[in-house]
Design a protein around this ligand. Structure first.
Ligand code: NOJ
Length: 536
């Protein structure tokens, strides 16, 4: 049977921009929309197909924009709606699509909807949020905990009820079981679709609807120690996460997107440790979320066994014909090149894997030059999560983009203090330097994107397991009528030999010194080396 033509969100490469940290155009130390527009030529040169911009809506910034006060405007810190329209027009002119964040689970406590809701028990918007009486002895309505530590309930003195917040108390949860909430939030989506956005990244997509009876979560009998989710892991999130009622919601959200011309996309922030639950968000007929982000590589240790497990686990769980997605990092996770994740020596191996796996890759800004976490002491932390649960703060992975070797790395003028400290390595690790260096990670990333575009087997081919490889290494195959490739990754710092079934030619390698060379017989990989071999 003829395969349908793939869509842009399957073949394309997505690039995540954290707008506070990308480029500051008005010299206030915080990135903004005009700053992004000013760097579109760079993104075009890099070759990405779409940018996803984290929230830029008016916000008190308790969670740096994930607490939205007005869903249909731009915070003055980031510019104006005119700046947004200009950004979209300029991006589209360069063939770059624009995906914006959609934050459905919660608003800011300063959103007019919440202000009205909390004004009295009889407010017409009371039921737009989840309000509950205390128990007979003043107890919390249930045992749910905030993902940001502490109880998920906040007491409202004036109306003597608790409201639900799965994140900060400044982020009250909307009640999506109320049809008016759904209608209002679908109007929000229409507002941005009408302005020409190419889709949405849906924040905490599996939390939006909860158990209607708000039943307690059972405790987790074996909570992992030192887990990045901290106290959240103390419970099994049976009743506040991945409720089945969300499938209907995402089907109807997709219908909304597909009622617009131009292939608009939904990308869901969709972590679930159970592959089957995660894959369920494609929908039984693949009619739910177009691209359920898959964080299995982000959350696995960067070891050959874990990578094999994640890649093959995801491939096996995908519904027939479904298209995976891959992410190595984002604004909530330690940077991939940091020692606490994969480390600098593996940055190239990770980038090569990300851009050759079967599925839509998303690159986190700065990962293409190997940016690493920039430590921020708890006392100085900007991220409230660090103050609530030290060690979980996300400032380190949000440091300003390193554009050049000037004092503030070209992010903001030298005499302005950036909102977060710059990396000490910025004078040597930056776009300007790496763009000119044929051996840099940036040059490799750009070339990998080109190779991916040039080779249908990479951007649309099937995935095939390769079979056993020596400890510390992993290999997989890509196949299409256009050809067959082996991708071989050495995740260790000692050489390995990958068994081979025949002859081939190296299409691209992390070290770049064997591109084009012929291989016949076993494939020798140096420490921290990965190659793509076109089989003959
Ligand atoms: C996930 C976002 O990526 C994160 O930055 C935010 O704090 C939470 N959702 C709450 O919106």
């Amino acid at each position: 049977m003829q395969q349908p033509e793939p869509r842009w969100w399957q073949t394309g490469v997505v690039y995540e921009i954290y707008p506070r940290s990308f480029a500051d155009s008005n010299d206030d130390g915080t990135g903004d929309l005009a700053g992004i527009t000013g760097r579109l030529d760079y993104l075009e040169w890099l070759g990405v197909d779409a940018i996803w911009i984290a929230p830029f809506y008016p916000s008190p910034m308790a969670d740096f924009g994930y607490d939205v006060e007005d869903y249909t405007d731009v915070d003055p810190l980031f510019g104006s709606i005119g700046d947004f329209d200009h950004l979209v027009a300029e991006a589209h002119q360069r063939g770059i699509r624009v995906v914006v964040d959609y934050v459905p689970n919660h608003t800011s406590d300063r959103h007019p909807w919440f202000i009205e809701s909390r004004s009295s028990r009889t407010s017409p918007k009371r039921d737009w949020y989840t309000w509950r009486d205390p128990g007979p002895n003043g107890e919390l309505p249930n045992n749910w905990i905030s993902m940001f530590a502490g109880p998920a309930w906040e007491w409202d003195e004036a109306t003597a009820q608790y409201y639900l917040h799965m994140f900060l108390k400044e982020q009250p949860d909307l009640n999506w079981r109320n049809p008016q909430v759904r209608a209002a939030m679908f109007d929000v989506a229409r507002f941005w679709l009408d302005r020409g956005v190419d889709g949405f990244r849906i924040d905490v997509a599996p939390m939006v609807m909860k158990d209607p009876e708000l039943r307690d979560n059972p405790p987790n009998p074996s909570p992992p120690s030192g887990h990045h989710m901290g106290s959240w892991t103390r419970q099994l999130h049976e009743n506040d996460h991945a409720h089945p009622d969300m499938h209907e919601l995402y089907r109807s959200f997709r219908r909304l997107l597909e009622s617009y011309p131009g292939d608009r996309v939904s990308i869901g922030e969709l972590y679930h440790p159970d592959y089957a639950v995660w894959a369920g968000y494609y929908g039984e007929r693949q009619d739910e979320i177009h691209v359920p982000f898959n964080f299995h590589l982000t959350y696995s240790p960067w070891t050959a066994d874990a990578v094999r497990g994640a890649v093959e686990g995801v491939q096996a769980a995908l519904p027939p014909g479904a298209w995976a997605s891959w992410v190595l990092g984002n604004h909530d996770q330690p940077r991939f090149a940091s020692a606490s994740r994969a480390g600098r020596d593996q940055a190239r191996v990770g980038m090569l894997a990300l851009l050759t796996l079967r599925g839509t890759p998303t690159i986190y800004y700065g990962d293409e030059i190997g940016m690493v976490d920039v430590p921020v002491a708890t006392a100085d932390a900007r991220d409230p999560l660090e103050h609530r649960e030290p060690g979980r703060g996300r400032d380190p992975e949000r440091s300003p983009m390193q554009w050049d070797s000037s004092p503030n790395a070209g992010f903001c003028p030298p005499d302005v203090e950036p909102w977060l400290p710059l990396a000490a390595d910025a004078p040597s690790v930056n776009v300007a330097g790496q763009a000119e260096d044929p051996d840099s990670l940036l040059t490799l990333t750009r070339r990998l994107i080109q190779v991916r575009r040039e080779h249908p087997v990479l951007h649309r081919g099937d995935f095939e397991p390769f079979g056993p490889t020596p400890d510390g290494s992993y290999a997989f195959r890509r196949r299409s009528p256009a050809g067959r490739l082996v991708v071989a990754l050495n995740l260790s710092d000692t050489p390995v030999t990958i068994p081979s079934e025949g002859a081939g030619q190296v299409l691209i390698g992390t070290h770049r010194d064997r591109d084009g060379s012929l291989v016949d017989g076993p494939l020798q990989l140096r420490a921290n080396e990965a190659v793509v071999v076109e089989e003959r």
